[in-house]
Design a protein. Structure first.
Length: 155
């Protein structure tokens, strides 16, 4: 019976270890500073936080001099993209459906964002927008070099 007891305890231990390793016991800590970002999802969360907080100086530091944005209205260079982003008054936003593809020192991040608030004084559409941002890591840290906004077909 003693051998059975040890085997049962060992099996129970293995099952518990497998169960615990498959779930997170603690909530992920939010990234509060760009220097703490460890991947594409963190970079996007910081990007949108700067827009919501209207922290344009910090946001502009994260856009490459050659930054380009594609929106339904067309191509925007860095200056026009900043003006476009400034037109958003975000009460809240939800990010999800992330896919991050590394490419050398770059990251291609695709995801969905649902924004609540207004743009240019008009309420934002309620559906998600598909996003793609290309982030490049260099001497000055992570910088966005390109971004696209693609509304979902329901918009």
């Amino acid at each position: 019976m003693s051998g059975y007891s040890h085997a049962a305890h060992a099996l129970l231990f293995v099952l518990l270890a497998a169960a615990v390793s498959g779930c997170t016991l603690w909530k992920e800590r939010p990234v509060r500073a760009w220097e703490q970002a460890t991947g594409g999802e963190h970079l996007e969360r910081l990007f949108w936080k700067e827009i919501k907080d209207r922290n344009w100086a910090e946001l502009e530091k994260r856009l490459a001099p050659t930054f380009v944005m594609i929106t339904p209205a067309g191509r925007r260079d860095r200056a026009a993209a900043v003006e476009y982003l400034k037109s958003f008054e975000l009460a809240d936003y939800i990010l999800g459906d992330f896919d991050i593809q590394p490419s050398g020192t770059d990251l291609v991040v695709t995801y969905a964002v649902t924004m609540h608030g207004s743009q240019g004084g008009r309420p934002l559409a309620s559906g998600p927008v598909r996003m793609m941002t290309v982030w490049q890591h260099g001497k000055r840290g992570w910088m966005a070099v390109a971004q696209s906004f693609v509304p979902t077909p329901s918009q």
